[in-house]
Design a protein around this ligand. Structure first.
Ligand SMILES: [Zn+2]
Length: 428
């Protein structure tokens, strides 16, 4: 088989089969392995659309982007080559519905969950910045690493030029209401093709699944069938109703887990969802921007703390720093924070400082410091230097000392740490 930009490839194993065709593992003459999507049916214009995407190049390393189109002499059809998805990456559906084989829940920390929500926002931000749109965000094409939340967006043959007609409508739960209405031939005169603006609705739905574990529009009102076309149009097109809509409690979530998650997050996260699934359902311009999600997810990561009573993760709400632990109800005295630029990082055991706190690219964030408890006095904590260069710490009294790689400095109020490019100050 011949592939542009790559040369001859040999087909090895069948990896999967879908409505449009099959995915194979292939090997180039260099020995490099790739995934090949081979179409058995395809919409008109796909060959040219793939050429455009390949020339345009991947928006970021969070996409398994097409690298070349493939043809096979004597065979009808064509395909495209992309990088193989490493086995460490798991599907979004596994996070929400449990492991696909035994339905056991995936073991994912809050930090990974929040990183996943962050990276997905950033990936779409980079895609939209190129004038492209994804058009069909759903459980099947977002993959993530449970250990750190890194994201890979697959099936990028869905991607098109923003604002152009599309043969792809999306997946019901993730579809913007105006797309659902268009499919049912109800609504405005303008065709509502999937676009960057409808991607923003899909992103909000994905964020709600990631952070709260269920569908934002499925509750006590929508549970009654028949689940037919009329039901779809009513609950996803004409009168969608957020499960936490403040002014209408007729569609509250059916799972207490969703409510528990909702209450766990700080108010700045709930505010975004209330906009996305309030005004944003009806006004595409009111939807939450990818950059807003990304900023909020970094802030959410910064507010994570470990409860001294139940040892579970809770989130400090900057608008209500004294609120009790949402898990066990124990009082949580307003914790210490480290102010670094505009960020406020809660100082609590296991909290990490990342390269982006020190001015680095958040897409590539890696840990530079970790908060560690004192070995015997658990109310005392310190920040350990995970970098390879020394920091300089200045206590409130003005004493200056080095914090070499691997060493920790107790985080008492008033401490200033000079990280090099930035300075952090411990505040109460
Ligand atoms: Zn607690």
């Amino acid at each position: 088989m011949q592939v542009e930009n790559v040369g001859m490839v040999t087909v090895l194993d069948l990896l999967g089969r879908g409505g449009q065709g099959e995915v194979y593992e292939v090997a180039a003459d260099t020995g490099q392995r790739y995934a090949l999507k081979w179409y058995t049916s395809w919409p008109g214009g796909l060959w040219e659309a793939l050429e455009y995407l390949i020339e345009r190049g991947s928006p970021s390393h969070h996409f398994l982007w097409p690298v070349g189109r493939a043809v096979s002499p004597g065979e009808h059809g064509f395909g495209y080559l992309m990088a193989l998805r490493p086995p460490a990456y798991r599907g979004l559906a596994e996070l929400v519905f449990g492991d696909r084989d035994d339905h056991s829940p995936l073991d994912v920390s809050f930090r990974s969950t929040v990183n996943l929500a962050f990276h997905l926002s950033r990936a779409l931000l980079r895609l939209h910045a190129l004038g492209l749109c994804y058009r069909d965000i759903n459980f099947g094409n977002v993959f993530f690493r449970p250990d750190n939340g890194d994201v890979l967006v697959c099936d990028n043959d869905n991607v098109g030029i923003d604002g152009t007609p599309s043969t792809i409508a999306g997946t019901l739960q993730f579809m913007a209401p105006e797309v659902v209405r268009m499919l049912h031939r109800v609504g405005g005169t303008e065709p509502a093709w999937p676009s960057a603006r409808t991607d923003r609705h899909s992103l909000a739905v994905a964020q709600f699944y990631i952070l709260c574990g269920s569908d934002p529009l499925e509750g006590t009102k929508t549970r009654h069938g028949p689940f037919d076309a009329d039901w779809e149009l009513e609950h996803y097109g004409l009168r969608p109703l957020f499960v936490f809509e403040p002014d209408d409690d007729s569609n509250r979530p059916m799972s207490d887990v969703t409510t528990a998650y909702w209450q766990l997050y700080p108010s700045f996260v709930r505010t975004l969802f209330l906009r996305a699934f309030g005004p944003g359902l009806h006004d595409p311009d009111a939807r939450v921007l990818e950059s807003e999600w990304a900023t909020a997810m970094l802030a959410l990561r910064d507010t994570a703390a470990r409860c001294a009573s139940c040892s579970q993760t809770f989130f400090v709400d900057p608008a209500a720093p004294d609120r009790p632990c949402a898990r066990c109800g124990a009082p949580t005295s307003g914790p210490l924070v480290m102010a670094i630029g505009r960020r406020r990082v809660v100082i609590s055991p296991d909290q990490l400082l990342f390269t982006d706190h020190l001015g680095g690219d958040p897409d590539l964030g890696s840990p530079v410091g970790i908060v560690v408890p004192h070995p015997t006095e658990h109310h005392r904590v310190a920040l350990r230097n995970l970098t390879e260069t020394s920091w300089t710490a200045t206590t409130e009294a003005g004493d200056v000392h080095d914090v070499p790689p691997g060493r920790a400095v107790e985080t008492l109020p008033g401490l200033r740490i000079h990280f090099g490019p930035t300075t952090g100050v411990v505040e109460r």
